[in-house]
Design a protein around this ligand. Sequence first.
Ligand code: DC
Length: 226
Amino acid sequence: MGRALIIAIDGPAASGKTTLARRLARELNYLFFDTGILYRAVTWLALTRGEDLHDEDRMTRLVQELDIELRPDPQTGETRIYFQGRDISRDLYSPQVDAWVSVVAAHPGVRTALKDVQRRIALQGGIIVVGRDIGTVIVPEADVKIYLDASLEERARRRYQEARSRGHEVSFEQVLEDMRRRDALDSSRDTAPLRPAEDAFILKTNGLSPEEVFQRVMALIRERTP
Ligand code: DC
């Protein structure tokens, strides 16, 4: 394919973004950048240190102290995150981080501090950038913008299975409730709320297999490739 594109994928939790991004990254030989891990890393650090997660100034300062490094996993191409040299990727998906991350991600100071970090990485091109506000705020100049969606129940089912396979003890009701709360927080926050960009391709993934989603998006990318 031609020049190295910037592909933005946004959508609510467990809408299929990661599965799609992984597959696209493999197919196109692009980097996969999951921006959610940055918000998760700040949340994890705050919880580890027993900080007040509602304190915006404190959380924003924490971004500056975040001594992290992102490295693509050589096998999957997925972004792994290291804190002071230790791989903390798995810790970032604990139920505790899940429960708090939307609170941290709603602080405008945190979002501004993380914006430059994300833009610097995204603008390299040849990259799939996954998040909530990539097409609207972080890289509005992205070549292809996808917005994935699926019903709350469907997404909760997927997240529940994921959590169990990672060995976390959770109930389906707990996951469903947590996701409902996060959806509300992510969509109603004042800064960069979750919503599709005007020029985004919106795809509802209920009842679609990962392969079908991938094929539809690939067709779109081919159309957009100069
Ligand atoms: O995709 P995820 O579940 O790892 O995202 C974790 C949280 O971070 C989620 O509550 C929304 C927030 N987030 C965000 O606000 N903006 C992004 N670009 C990525 C994630």
